[in-house]
Design a protein around this ligand. Structure first.
Ligand SMILES: Cc1ncc(COP(=O)(O)O)c(C=O)c1O
Length: 449
């Protein structure tokens, strides 16, 4: 099929995620054909920096020979087997290697298929844990405005990104919401310099009034991705974990986007030195190759379910591709690369180049805020910087910037009017410099209207 045929079938038969399909009347989707390292190539050979790591997944570059080889080797042995009543070396080796990077308390691993399922597993385990522990029906959750945990009905109930789940309000189970720690537009009216995480104060009231019904607090540590790449202080996490623990409520960390080096450390929880009851991983787990996920929990949680079958304590949850052999093979190869290439040790220099370089975007008066952590840098477009006044939503300023970025070989897919770079860990300092220069060229004469 050539480009035109692909696009014709796409127009007639396909339906893309998070996409107003009518947008394709004005601009065709990129017909991507191959990838190498930090680059994607379209069918006409045009090269693009994969500046969003293919939806925050890719770590060691596209078509990485070592990950490719590991998957091929596994494929030649066995492609898939159900994971109930069987086990296998790839699953065992993956969790053993992974446990070296995790706090020792987190040592029970439950596989599923994607980020949303990892969260749903944690939610269900938490609810069943409290039930088994004789604490009654603790079936509600606390989550954050602007939080994002997936698109299944359960995870959508936790989510707080404006627009994402409007029509589905009738399906959602209400969760208690904390204001987002959106430092640029602080809900408590503070500045970063005088912040004492006042925005966390509402948690006390919720725990006091409803703690007995609440199973867990769920949040994305250090960086709230889909809500606008919001970064917030580690102290917020430390206090939140303490408060939840004191109230007999679990903490679920969603590190689906932040895990595997993206924030400059292997896991974002390390920034705060805290340990949740559940840690959810996906995306980078396979270096961005295959859809698998892990929900990691404590021995205390596991023990509550461990009993004779007749006692009815089994965790009845599973997915067809649980423990995927190919996914595990990719995950092992990825962790081998972390070790052999000392990936984490290469990050500080790259993080410095990205964060320092990104701050220069403040020279453009339509950039209201530049924020970032690790390999993620985001900039928020505003019509008026003094007033932090956004552009009218109908203008779709972020989308306009994305379209312009394509001509510079960048994929600046926006979150509303926040455009961002979320770079693969393998990007070089020189490439970061080149990417930032390109962003500046895109911004130079950009005036959304
Ligand atoms: C923080 C976070 N949690 C959960 C998810 C959902 O993952 P998935 O799309 O694999 O279901 C995402 C996806 O972007 C995410 O960023």
């Amino acid at each position: 099929m050539d480009r035109d045929e692909i696009l014709a079938v796409d127009r007639e038969m396909l339906w893309h995620p998070y996409t107003q399909m009518k947008d394709f009347e004005a601009i065709d989707p990129l017909v991507v054909e191959r990838g190498e390292g930090v680059f994607l190539y379209d069918i006409d050979g045009r090269r693009y920096y994969d500046t969003i790591s293919s939806w925050w997944c890719n770590l060691h570059g596209h078509s990485n020979p070592r990950v490719n080889e590991a998957i091929s080797r596994q494929l030649a042995m066995l492609e898939h087997v159900h994971f109930a009543g069987t086990t296998h070396r790839p699953a065992a080796e993956l969790v053993k290697r992974l446990s070296r990077y995790l706090p020792p308390q987190l040592r029970r691993f439950f596989f599923s298929d994607n980020g949303s399922t990892a969260i749903e597993v944690a939610m269900k385990m938490s609810v069943q844990f409290w039930h088994l522990s004789g604490k009654g029906a603790k079936c509600r959750f606390i989550s954050l405005e602007r939080g994002y945990h997936g698109d299944t009905i359960g995870t959508m109930s936790l989510g707080g990104v404006p627009d994402f789940s409007g029509p589905f309000a009738c399906l959602k189970q209400d969760s208690f919401k904390l204001p987002a720690p959106y430092c640029y537009r602080c809900p408590a009216g503070q500045e970063r310099s005088d912040c004492d995480v006042e925005c966390l104060a509402p948690l006390d009231g919720i725990l006091e009034r409803h703690g007995r019904e609440v199973a867990a607090v769920v949040l994305e540590p250090m960086l709230m991705g889909a809500g606008g790449m919001l970064t917030y202080p580690a102290e917020y996490l430390r206090r939140l974990v303490n408060k939840a623990r004191s109230a007999g409520v679990h903490v679920i960390f969603d590190e689906i986007a932040t895990g595997f080096g993206r924030t400059g450390k292997m896991f974002a929880l390390e920034h705060a030195g805290v340990v949740p009851d559940f840690l959810c991983l996906s995306k980078g787990l396979t270096a961005g190759y295959l859809p698998i996920a892990l929900t990691v929990t404590t021995e205390e949680v596991f023990e509550a379910f461990y009993a004779d079958y007749s006692e009815g304590k089994t965790f009845f949850h599973g997915h067809t591709f649980t423990g995927s052999l190919l996914g595990c093979a990719a995950g092992i190869a990825s962790l081998e690369i972390f070790e052999s290439d000392r990936v984490l040790e290469t990050l500080p220099e790259k993080v410095e180049a990205l964060q320092t370089g990104a701050r220069e975007l403040l020279e453009f008066d339509i950039v209201g805020d530049v924020r970032g952590i690790g390999m993620v840098a985001a900039f928020e477009l505003v019509e008026n910087r003094e007033e932090k006044r956004p552009f009218p939503a109908a203008i779709r300023a972020g989308w306009q910037l994305y379209l312009k970025g394509l001509s510079e070989g960048l994929i600046l897919r926006p979150l509303g009017d926040v455009n961002y770079l979320l770079l693969p860990l393998c990007v070089t300092v020189e490439q970061i410099g080149d990417i930032l220069e390109r962003v500046k060229r895109v911004m130079a004469d950009f005036r959304p209207c």
